[in-house]
Design a protein around this ligand. Structure first.
Ligand SMILES: Cc1ncc(C[n+]2csc(CCOP(=O)(O)OP(=O)(O)O)c2C)c(N)n1
Ligand SMILES: [Mg+2]
Length: 674
């Protein structure tokens, strides 16, 4: 057995002091976690973690997720010391404008940051997704004697991570799926932000995780490298279950006036206390950002070790390529995030003669057309696949014993589903989606927000998109959720008008210029297929909004702007008005945000500023529509909750009829004529 040496201690103290110096310099940050968790992190990074600092994207690497994102300086210290492309100056720029070391780890800033963390619990959820991805890919690609997927997912999490509801969902799912490639190190310091953890926490973590089916170890000496290393070694040998290692630590260790208390959690220690910590560890209190050469040399071995690990893996991959050239080509294509040629060739087009079809059903047909050509498509639903229509037929269930299955049964766990979808996408090699009812988007807002912040192309499917769902009533009828989705920066939220717009929304979701995530909002109820021989092509969706039906016989008297299930009603209103000599243009606006991003000339061509008679129709909150209705326009929307009754009745009672839309449009046209 290896023993802790002076060099180990020196490295650990280097991590600690670098972290508290950076926090002190920034005069902002969280010193407590790095001081207590440095030994466990060091044990993992020095003895076990297979990574390659000179190639952070090596697909065979282990993933490390710092779920307790407030401990960001711990991660930055590790990345710098082990030789990632990060300098001591980057460390000194902690939390400063434009730096690569923001307050919480942000994906895409410093190399080696696998996901954005900070909202507690999300990292754990991401890690479960990563472990699902790795388990699935192992089943899809590995062949006897050719194991190209054998990496692990490691997480460091805190008391706060464990208190969050998402940890329950994610851990239960991980246990159920038997994710033996997942190892969680829990920094159990018994302190949270408000004070001692027992103020708000008395659950038995070991019992809790054991009941989920995890392998659980407790390490009383959680700041002892050998004790932690032994536990990690054990965890690695357990391959049929995820592992939790409860490491008992002391927050703010070494800070005489603060250790063991919440005062070490989230504020700089203060110059005097920092000096005392340095003295405690036998360092010169007058110096800051000291990196002893021996420590740096020791930790930088990771670079050479990483190169070797990578070279060894590459050799294995070359043998694999010789044995399985097609699979190897698919692996490389998917790792590069490229779609196969002709990936959208089977995308269905729908004709009015096919009869009315709910956009959720159209989506089902599209998913299956895509799934045949895009083997990396992997996803599921939060126990609503029958309703969200997200099933990949013949895809099989992704389950503990059948990990090659492509349908994920997330269970009634929307929050963990969102985080896991993000984790699958972050892992690489797969395109992931997750579905539920739009009303339950509220249960998974945090991961959708993070997908957008990270700019990762996750796909979220939300069906039962309005009061039109009917009898289930107001608890299930979304009102403000669409506005909520539209308020998220860097997220494209679509509400397709019919089956063909649904196909276009999926086409966009799989391939678009930026990497923003996509939400597709779909109807439960049947909608007529809009006649594209009479009206404009559904490809207009790619611009966010388009002129679906032009006013006939001259310049428009009015424009009706509608989305989703209200578009065909708007078309009917247009017909009525035409018979009275009122010329109406109908604009379908499936994605408000995308339209906003179009050049001004295009926007003005769809919504000419001179046409003030604009009527917006959407069976949801009016919030956000004034931007397009203009000051004079009318908004037919919903500013109260829904009601339980058959969907067509509710729609009628709330005014979503051609008659009412025509009436409002007529009133507006006459009013503006004066
Ligand atoms: C979802 C969410 N809620 C609240 C916070 C604010 N916050 C940051 S750390 C923390 C708790 C600190 O306790 P713990 O997780 O045990 O971390 P430690 O103080 O031990 O480092 C809180 C409430 C957060 N980051 N995320
Ligand atoms: Mg804590």
């Amino acid at each position: 057995m290896t023993t802790t040496t002076d060099i180990d201690r020196l490295c650990i103290d280097t991590i600690r002091l670098l972290s508290i110096d950076a926090v002190q310099k920034a005069n902002s940050g969280h010193p407590g976690l790095p001081l207590g968790a440095a030994p466990m992190a060091y044990a993992l990074w020095d003895r076990f973690l297979r990574h390659s600092p000179s190639n952070p994207h090596w697909p065979g690497r282990d993933r490390f997720v710092l779920s307790a994102g407030h401990g960001s300086m711990l991660l930055y210290s590790l990345l710098y010391l082990t030789g990632y492309d990060l300098t001591l100056d980057d460390i000194k720029q902690f939390r400063q404008w434009g730096s690569r070391t923001p307050g919480h780890p942000e994906y895409g800033h410093a190399p080696g940051v696998e996901t954005t963390t900070g909202p507690l619990g999300q990292g754990l959820g991401n890690a479960v997704g990563m472990a699902m991805a790795a388990k699935h890919l192992a089943a899809v690609y590995n062949r006897p004697g050719h194991e190209i997927v054998d990496h692990r997912i490691y997480v460091l999490c805190s008391d706060g991570d464990m208190q969050e509801g998402i940890s329950h969902e994610a851990a239960a799912l991980a246990g159920h799926l038997g994710l033996g490639n997942l190892i969680v190190l829990y920094d159990s310091n018994n302190v949270t932000l408000d004070g001692p953890a027992p103020l708000s926490m008395s659950d038995d973590l070991a019992e809790r995780f054991a009941s989920y089916g995890w392998h659980v170890q407790s390490v009383p000496e959680g700041m002892n490298v050998e004790a932690v290393a032994a536990a990690i070694q054990n965890a690695i040998t357990v391959t049929d279950r995820p592992s939790l290692i409860i490491c008992h630590t002391i927050i703010g260790y070494g800070a005489p006036h603060k250790q063991g208390t919440s005062s070490a959690h989230g504020a700089p220690l203060g110059a005097d206390e920092v000096r005392l910590v340095k003295q405690n560890f036998g360092w010169d209190p007058d110096q800051s950002f000291v990196v002893p050469e021996e420590a740096l040399a020791h930790m930088r071995r990771a670079v050479e070790r990483g190169r070797q690990l990578e070279a060894e893996w590459q050799q294995r991959f070359e043998a694999y390529r010789r044995a399985y050239p097609d699979l190897a080509a698919q692996w490389e294509r998917t790792q590069a995030g490229r779609l196969p040629d002709d990936w959208d060739r089977d995308l269905p087009t729908f004709a009015p003669a096919d009869g009315p079809i709910a956009t959720r059903d159209a989506s089902q047909a599209v998913i299956n057309a895509l799934a045949r050509r895009v083997p990396e498509l992997f996803g599921g639903s939060a126990d609503l696949s029958e309703s969200t229509k997200t099933e990949i037929k013949d895809g099989g269930a992704f389950e503990r014993e059948t990990p090659a299955g492509r349908n994920i049964y997330f269970g009634v766990r929307e929050h963990a589903m969102g985080a896991a979808v993000n984790g699958i996408v972050l892992h690489g090699g797969l395109r992931a989606f997750g579905g539920t009812f739009l009303a339950f988007y509220d249960y998974m807002r945090p991961p959708v927000r993070l997908a957008a912040l990270m700019k990762i192309p996750a796909i979220f499917i939300y069906t039962h998109d309005s009061i039109g769902l009917g009898e289930d009533g107001p608890t299930h009828q979304p009102i403000e959720q669409l506005a909520g989705l539209r308020a998220v920066p860097q997220l494209w939220a679509f509400r397709p008008a019919d089956a063909n717009e649904t196909a276009e929304a999926w086409r966009f979701a799989l391939q678009h210029d930026d990497n923003y995530p996509v939400a597709i909002v779909l109807s439960r109820q049947k909608l007529p297929v809009i006649d594209r021989t009479r009206y404009a092509s559904a490809a207009g969706l790619r611009r966010g909004a388009y002129v679906l039906a032009e006013a006939e016989g001259g310049a428009p008297d009015a424009i009706i702007i509608a989305t989703g299930s209200e578009v065909h009603v708007a078309l009917a209103a247009r017909e009525r008005l035409a018979s009275e000599g009122i010329r109406v243009r109908v604009v379908s606006m499936p994605c408000m945000g995308l339209f906003r991003h179009q050049p001004r000339e295009y926007r003005d061509s769809v919504l000419p500023p001179s046409i003030r008679a604009r009527v917006v129709v959407e069976a949801a909150s009016p919030l956000g529509w004034h931007e397009w209705s203009g000051a004079d326009g009318t908004i037919i929307a919903i500013d109260r909750f829904g009601a339980s009754a058959p969907g067509d009745v509710v729609m009628r009672e709330y005014g979503f009829t051609a008659e009412h839309i025509a009436e409002e449009t007529r009133k507006l046209v006459y009013a503006l004529r004066g």
